[in-house]
Design a protein. Sequence first.
Length: 420
Amino acid sequence: MRVLISAYACEPDKGSEPAVGWGIACAMARRHDVWVLTRANNRRAIEASLARGAMPGAEPGAGPARDGSGPPPRFAYYDLPTWCRWWKRGGRGLRLYYYLWQLGALRVARRLHRERPFDLIHHVTFVKYWTPSFGALMPAPLVWGPLGGGDSTPRAFLRGLGWSGWTYELVRDVARRLGELDPLVRLTARRSSVALAATEATESRLRRLGARRVERLSQVALTEDELGHLAAPPPATGPIRLLSVGNLLHLKGFHLGLEAFARAGLEDCEYWLVGDGPERGRLERRARRLGITGRVRFLGRLTRDETLATMRRCHVLVHPSLHDSGGLACAEAMAAARPVICFDLGGPAEQVRPETGVRVPAVTPEAAVPALAEAMRRLARSPGERERLGAAARRRAERELVWGRRAERLDAAYRAAVAG
């Protein structure tokens, strides 16, 4: 099929949404004639990666490419004029910028469609279900997603987020409700031939918006190269290291991870945190107050390669996110044969099974922190259990969390969309 992918965020060698855009574009280019419409500021990184031949190659389960080599997708770039980008600085006006970008990108998409019609439009990023896609206004079937954004911080945890965190959650909830009332969002839902939801909560919201066919599919996956890069045993000497990875935001729940680590009494273990963000100062003060500064390391923001190298130096991933539709760090840890401790919420709960890690119920902080501490203590003190869970996690990553498997599911969604 001739496919146009809308990927506002699309960049190699990145995590989060840029990784989703890039990964899906490359995976589907092995099966179809793919064009990708993305932001112009992604162009340099994309073209440098393609020049190096660094497009992800054949993946387990992907089947043969059309010509056996996996041709790269073709890219079209669009951005708003420079003079109207000022409100996006610092992320405060990102939603407005993205909304206007969709409207402007529609003109480019229509031009490409006139030159040679597309069989299908696939909206990939942004993944929030409460933002629209220009694909709804194109004369071709639309696959929308995988989408997230339907999960929320459990109400009992709001009081521990501080004023800024509580305000953020309130503003997010209002923005999401306004987005659900947006006529273009509702139109996107109704006109989507197939809507893909990363979590149960997002699936429910898509159905309420009027999406006709909704299927569950995570947006998180890894390349074969990443699987190989992560295939290293944990350190055999030195302290047991627990690791958390992500932007230091209240919603990541790292304050709960620190509380649990202090409660676990693991005097001979370390807790490493990779990432940076507005909560760093508050987290460092909390570590001092808990008396664990000698055993906690804030490593700051690292490159993706540095992050994966750090993961290989640790033994357990702690991912106490309060709402997360994806959870790339969980997939990376599983590929590295490291067990994962997470809350039984959102995307991480979809990835982590009882045989690959520990899912902690998130009912109240008073119950969750001791349960996190017990999971940390159990895995730190039991190398046999770490090895058993880690081996199962690696097998699951090889079988389910690869772009080849995602491509199979997306290909089925494409065919269902075209068939009507």
